[in-house]
Each structure stands twice: as C-alpha cells, then as structure tokens.
Design a protein around this ligand. Sequence first.
Ligand SMILES: Nc1ncnc2c1ncn2[C@@H]1O[C@H](COP(=O)(O)OP(=O)(O)OP(=O)(O)O)[C@@H](O)[C@H]1O
Ligand SMILES: [Mg+2]
Length: 250
Amino acid sequence: MVNAKGGCGKTTVATNLCAAYAMRGVAVGLVDNDGQGSGAYWTAQRPADAPQVELTGLGRPALDRIVIDGHTSGSEREVDELVAMTDVILVPVLPSTIDIRAGERFITAIMTRPKFRAAPRPIGVIANRVQHNTAAQARLMHFLGCLNVPVAVTLRDSPLYGDAMGSGLGVADLFDVRSARKEMTAWRALVDWVEDQMPARADRPRPLAAGRPSAEAGGGIPAKARSVLGSRRRTAPGPPKGPRPQRLSA
Ligand SMILES: Nc1ncnc2c1ncn2[C@@H]1O[C@H](COP(=O)(O)OP(=O)(O)OP(=O)(O)O)[C@@H](O)[C@H]1O
Ligand SMILES: [Mg+2]
C-alpha cells in the first residue's frame, strides 16, 4: 500500500484489507511502516474475538499474506525496495486535483524505474473516498483512464472507516452493521482482485487459489483455507460463520 501523498488512505486500506483477508480465514499479517504507529495501534485495539491479524515484519513464512502499510517519501531507493519486496502494489488515490497529480507522479515514478521494468509487478489504484456522481469522481476516473492502470476497487467516503479504525476493526468485520453491508462488497472485490494478480509460485501457499485449475493452484493450500476460501466467487455470501459480529465502540 503505497503513495508518497499523505492522508490518501494507505493505513485505512491496509488495515481493512487485513480484516477482509482474516475474515476469509487467511493467516494475514500487517507490516506497520506508517511512521506514526497507526497499524500497531489498530492491531492493539483489535478485539480478541475478531479474526486475527498479526502485527509483523517481512519474511514470515507462517503467514499466507502480508500487507505492508508502506509510508514512503517516494525516493528512488525506497521505490526500488518496495518493488523488490511486493507481489502486488496498491496505490490509494483521493479524487482531488492535487491528489490525482501526486498519484500520477508516484505511479509514473514506479513504472519508469529500471528495477520495476526489469521485473514488473501488477499495480492497482484504489479510488478512495469517492462520492459517486460528482465532478471529482469523474476527474479521478478520467485520470485513471489516461494512466492505463487498473482501478482495483472504488471505496466510498464513509464515516465507517474512521470509526472502524479506532476500534481495531475493518469494514469486513461489521457484517451486523447495516450501513457497512454495501461497502463490504468492495472489500470482497479487492481481495479477489489482489488474488487474481498474485504470481503462481511453487514455494508458497496459495490460500485463495481454490476454484482455480489445480495445476495452477499448486499443492500447498491449507485445508482450512481451502474450505473457507472456496466460496470467494459467490456473489452474495451471507454473514461469515465463526467469528462474532463486531460492534463499533464509538
Ligand atoms: N474511504 C474513506 N472514507 C472516509 N474516511 C476515510 C476513508 N479513507 C480514509 N479516510 C480517513 O482519512 C484519514 C487519512 O487516512 P489514512 O490515515 O488511512 O491515510 P494515510 O495515507 O495512511 O496517511 P499517512 O500518509 O499520514 O500515513 C483518516 O482520518 C481516515 O479515517
Ligand atoms: Mg498511514
């Protein structure tokens, strides 16, 4: 999760993505590179009965997925390091002119680095805090169209995000909160999008590979993950069984 622009939603998206993976039964860790300890705070606040998200460092083979809340100044060295350590790069962008310009510069900087060009990774934009049918949304979509980078997901501007963050939760945990249900679709879609971008590697588990051709899926899928994740293509999954619904404390 990267963008040199502050406040675009890196921590919000990183924590929510972790919660969405955890809700699917995936062993997921969050790397807090935010510089403000936001991810550490979020994991500390997370209720004990919510699906677990581990605060972690890089290189933890016991975890199936690691989400990096990747605060960066956008320096060339940092960009190279980020590219080297990630399978999928997500760039949240807000729909203001300044944010769009900054996002464009940042994504262009990544894509023109020699190290990226030598070994390109999928990049997806998260169109964040979008209010549908506004001029700002139209601007953002126009910019993204020009850049030729896919929009992984569009997230609404919603107070749910601030509230959930303070309680160590993500939207995916809030399946008994009526106003969160619409937004949950976006998180299911984002997990699916990321999984569709993941490289097939024989040396790592593919927790979300259920439903794909077995030759591509490889042999290392944990049975629990396979059963939980086999439902990823359902269009209208009911509330997940197992973890208890969470209520916002605020
Ligand atoms: N979709 C959204 N709807 C409403 N508020 C949001 C949304 N996404 C982010 N926010 C709010 O915007 C603020 C900034 O978000 P966040 O801290 O995730 O950005 P960041 O990119 O991690 O910032 P920094 O660069 O300082 O690390 C927070 O108050 C967060 O609650
Ligand atoms: Mg942050």
